[in-house]
Write a protein that binds this ligand. Structure first.
Ligand SMILES: Nc1ncnc2c1ncn2[C@@H]1O[C@H](COP(=O)(O)OP(=O)(O)OP(=O)(O)O)[C@@H](O)[C@H]1O
Ligand SMILES: [Mg+2]
Length: 263
């Protein structure tokens, strides 16, 4: 099984009538069980790319295939999404939020609830099945969103800055829990993040995107076995990767600045 992006380009029409090339000829292949992180400067097209992978945006050219079948529209069984902002329904209890996609899909209540319970246990929220989202912390709400996506047993899990709204400590802790759970289940994951540490910590491979028009500037493999523990942060390998990413992104910002001065 693999997810393939082939010659993917996206051009947006803008309000002023100008066209904006958000993605320019993106190509990659992601194997089953691989954890890929995407990093790049703000506005480089990371969310646009993820939306194409999830079938929520039709690329201007090129194609995305999952197991050799083109992705033509959103289908949470094939590619499930976790967004940065908690997207729970405030008037529904945690379990009802978790099984939303299944129920939407016509799965009978008892069966959906059993799956929902299983996933809530996995993210450590069984005791909160009857709570409402407002009674949960940000990190807990995000765990419900992840449980909801996992309920669909998606071919691939797409996460756009899933921990972006959380404080550093919660973010790190939740990240470790999620990474462990996802690698135990051999889930295929593509995660956009602004955090260099997160990008390295969870990934088998990091895709570094360049500033507009978005291209894959570099692919970096992280060979240390997953799931990794806190100790990995103290390794030389981690430091070297961090420094490499830092330099790459820094160059990008510099060329971006130079470009805007030219205009
Ligand atoms: N619906 C849209 N219509 C027109 N332009 C858009 C649209 N969505 C995004 N863009 C433009 O496409 C480019 C890429 O946007 P995108 O949201 O993919 O970036 P990003 O890498 O996710 O940024 P960030 O890190 O800030 O979330 C930006 O220049 C943005 O202005
Ligand atoms: Mg984005």
């Amino acid at each position: 099984m693999s997810l393939i992006a082939k010659n993917l380009s996206v051009t947006y029409g803008t309000g002023s009538g100008r066209e904006l090339v958000a993605l320019d000829d993106i190509n990659f292949e992601i194997a089953r069980g691989e954890f890929v992180t995407i990093i790049g400067p703000s506005g480089c097209g990371k969310s646009t790319l993820l939306h194409c992978l999830g079938g929520m945006l039709k690329p201007s050219s090129g194609v995305v295939t999952l197991d050799e079948e083109p992705i033509r529209g959103p289908d949470a069984r094939r590619a499930a999404f976790v967004f940065q902002d908690y997207t729970l329904l405030p008037w529904r209890q945690v379990l009802q939020n978790a099984v939303l996609g299944l129920r939407f899909d016509g799965v009978p209540k008892a069966k959906a609830n059993a799956k929902g319970e299983e996933m809530l246990a996995l993210v450590g929220l069984s005791d909160f099945r009857e709570a409402y989202p407002r009674e949960l912390s940000g990190g807990m709400q995000q765990r419900v969103a992840i449980a909801r996506a996992m309920c669909m047993e998606p071919g691939i899990l797409l996460m756009d800055e899933p921990f972006g709204a959380l404080d550093e400590q919660t973010r790190r802790q939740l990240g470790f829990e999620m990474a462990r759970m996802l690698s135990e289940r051999d889930s295929t994951v593509v995660m956009v993040t602004h955090s260099l540490d997160e990008a390295i910590m969870w990934a088998d491979r990091i895709l570094v995107m360049s500033a507009r028009p978005g291209r894959i500037a570099k692919e970096i493999r992280v060979t240390a076995p997953r799931p990794r523990t806190h100790d990995y942060i103290a390794t030389e390998e981690f430091a070297a990767l961090r420094s490499e990413l830092f330099t790459l992104l820094d160059q990008d910002n510099v060329s971006d600045l130079a470009e805007s001065v030219d205009r």
